[in-house]
Write a protein that binds this ligand. Structure first.
Ligand code: SF4
Length: 86
């Protein structure tokens, strides 16, 4: 019997479940989408305490989110991570 290596599809409900505990929902978008040149440290600090951080980061990478802090990483940091993964 062949081994089933097919992964279950990610439903949009599963894919977004991390948003239920998202700490950024309490601060508003400006905090996570700072003006160019502004510090991202406060947003990253909040991400560090967010229980959905890994799922949030994976979502941003999968959807090629270009702007803002997601999962504790800035645009440039996500781009570097994306390139390092190949
Ligand atoms: S990791 Fe950061 S950006 Fe992602 S949901 Fe949590 S607080 Fe928001």
């Amino acid at each position: 019997m062949p081994i089933n290596t097919t992964l279950a599809p990610i439903t949009s409900e599963d894919e977004l479940s991390w948003q239920e505990t998202a700490l950024c929902a309490q601060t508003g978008p400006d905090f996570f989408f700072p003006a160019p040149g502004s510090s991202t440290q406060d947003a990253k600090r909040l991400c560090g305490a967010c229980e959905g951080r890994v799922a949030c980061l994976e979502y941003a990478l999968r959807h090629d989110e270009k702007f803002g802090v997601w999962g504790g990483l800035s645009e440039k940091e996500r781009e570097r991570l994306r390139r390092s993964r190949g």
